[in-house]
Each structure stands twice: as C-alpha cells, then as structure tokens.
Design a protein around this ligand. Structure first.
Ligand code: FE
Length: 333
C-alpha cells in the first residue's frame, strides 16, 4: 500500500512552497551598470527574503524585448535613465500605473510620470563645467549664454543623438518656445571648438586637455573623474540661478504592463523610494536622492547647493521629437 495521505501532504507542501517562491521574486530589466544596482537589490533581499533577478542591456533592446514578450512577459520592472527614455516606454504601451501613496509621498511630482507609469529614483544635473585655468566663474551665467560670441570656438558638447541632450533641448523649447531655442542651439553649434563627442567623459577630458573651455555634462561623470583626479582643472557651475534653475534629469523605474509579480514589484519600488535605498542608490553613482528627505553624499554635497528647474521632467519626453528635429536643423550632430 502506498502511504497516500503523507504523499498528498508532501505534494501540497511542495505546491505551496512553489507558489510562495514564485511570488517572492521580482524580475528587473535594467539598463544601468550592474555595480550601480546590485548592492541595492542585495540589501532588499537581505531584509525581505525577496529574490531579485535582473537582466542588463541597453534601454532600447530591453524595451523591445518587453514589447515582444507581450503577455508572456517575464519582466516586472524596467529600470533605466532619463525621463526621455521612460516616456518612450510609456508611449510603447509596455508600462502600467503603480498606485502608491508611499511613492507619491517620497518622490516630488515633477520627478514622476503624471500617468504614474514610472517614478524617478535618483537625480542628476546636466550642468555647465569649465576650465579653472581659462575661465572665471563670473563669466558664466546661463545655458543660453553659452550661445554668445564670447564662447566662440570654446565650447565642447556631446552628440545630439544622446537622449540627455535631447531632454535638455526639450526643456528649453518648453521654456522659450521653438524660435528662441533654435537661436540658442544654433549659437551653441556655432561656438563648438571641435566635433561633438560620443560621451560626457570625453567632454570633460577635452576641457582638461585645453581643447575647449566650457561644456555641458551630467554631474556624476564629473564626480567620477574628480574622484580619480582631485587636481582636475575643471569645475562645476550651476547656471540659471536667477531664473528657472539647473536642468535636472533622473534614473527611474516603471512597472511593466504584464508584470508576473505586480504586488511584489510595487513593494520593491516603494522601498527603493524610501530612505535606506535612496541613500545607497544615489551615493553609489554620485547622484542626488530623488526623495528630498534624503541627503546626498558628502562628495556630492561638496559641489554646493543649487536651484533646480522645477519643470516636470516628463516634458523631456513630450517634446523629444521636436527637440531632435530642432537639433538636426541647427546642425548639432
Ligand atoms: Fe550616463
């Protein structure tokens, strides 16, 4: 005779165990460097027991993959940078809203999608940098003023193909309208000392090397380079302090439309907007916490405080197509 009851009990336990395990897991598709997120996910797993699987790739293939997987999707969350990219994901219909009072309390509304389909997690300023050898900070004022004759042959920029510059331009269009932004961007292109660069690091290096005197980069690239070389003859300048403030963008996260573990994913996102995770997540990449209750690291705080543009960052997405056309017309490669 087979011991029927114990076997069934064992089977039931296995099934229950299996179910519980499936729920205690979150799958993240991430376009961030592994080292920037692994410690954060490890901390969550250590305190909750919830496993996090993450797959790393560039944002475009990840978004395509979520779309192609459709309702057989395995990803719960999409983690990427720039409101322009998150807005693209929203337009592709691959996200769904997260309704959470906690997230709404933790993250200011300008750093979240009005649709609630994504929220910012960390902030970075895209700001002016200058050569401490050839520029006095008093000569600098605004992004717009980098179009002035004074900077002719002295400006370095990254390519217009990068979403960071598209987002900056999109916010300029929102602020000034198309005609004035057109003039500003043409002025920048006219002032370039050399061809555009493929990344922000190269812009900083070009200023260091004397190829140009001013540039526009994300703060964490400067932070990394300054950490390697504290004598770096390049400094950060906070523009537009007399008007709208510095252009701030973010890294953020959204819940996928067909998330297999939506509740577990929501809990993870809520935790990521809280104090413990915000500190970890922002400090690793020398970014600013998106939760204003959390202080930046000493390294980041040393750059000085500044007024940030309060424009909702989703404008970067809404005006992205216009921005790309305008940059193209202006000859920004
Ligand atoms: Fe970056």
């Amino acid at each position: 005779m087979l011991p029927r009851k114990p076997l069934l009990a064992a089977l039931a336990l296995t099934l229950l165990g299996g179910t519980a395990q499936a729920a205690d897991e979150v799958v993240v598709y991430s376009s961030r460097i592994d080292e920037l997120i692994k410690p954060v996910f490890d901390a969550y797993t250590a305190s909750t027991g919830v496993k996090i699987k993450f797959i790393t790739d560039k944002e475009a293939p990840l978004m395509q993959r979520i779309k192609a997987e459709g309702d057989n999707g395995v990803a719960d969350l999409l983690l990427t940078v720039d409101a322009g990219n998150l807005w693209q994901a929203e337009q592709m219909g691959i996200l769904q809203p997260i309704k959470s009072d906690l997230i709404d309390q933790n993250i200011p509304p300008q750093y979240r999608a009005s649709s609630h389909e994504w929220t910012g997690l960390s902030l970075r300023a895209r700001t002016i940098i200058y050569s401490t050898e050839r520029v006095k900070p008093e000569e600098l004022s605004t992004y717009e003023a980098l179009a002035d004759k004074q900077w002719e042959g002295r400006l370095c920029l990254r390519t217009a193909k990068k979403v960071y510059n598209q987002s900056l331009t999109a916010t300029l269009i929102e602020t000034h309208g198309e005609a004035k932004t057109d003039q500003i961007v043409k002025g920048w292109v006219n002032n370039l000392s050399t061809d555009v660069f493929s990344d922000d690091n190269a812009v900083i290096q070009a200023i260091e090397a004397g190829q140009c005197d001013v540039g526009v980069v994300n703060t964490y690239y400067y932070g990394r380079m300054h950490k390697q070389n504290p004598q770096l003859p390049v400094k950060i300048f906070w523009p537009n302090q007399g008007d709208r403030g510095v252009h701030v963008n973010l890294s953020g996260i959204g819940l996928t439309k067909h998330a297999p573990h939506p509740e577990a994913a929501k809990k993870l996102v809520e935790w990521m907007t809280g104090e413990e995770a915000q500190k970890l997540f922002a400090d690793i990449n020398q970014e600013f916490p998106a939760n204003p209750k959390v202080k930046p690291s000493d390294e980041v705080a040393a750059w000085g405080s500044f007024k940030a543009d309060s424009i909702p960052v989703e404008i970067a997405g809404k005006r992205q197509a216009e921005a790309i056309r305008l940059m193209d017309r202006a000859g920004w490669n």
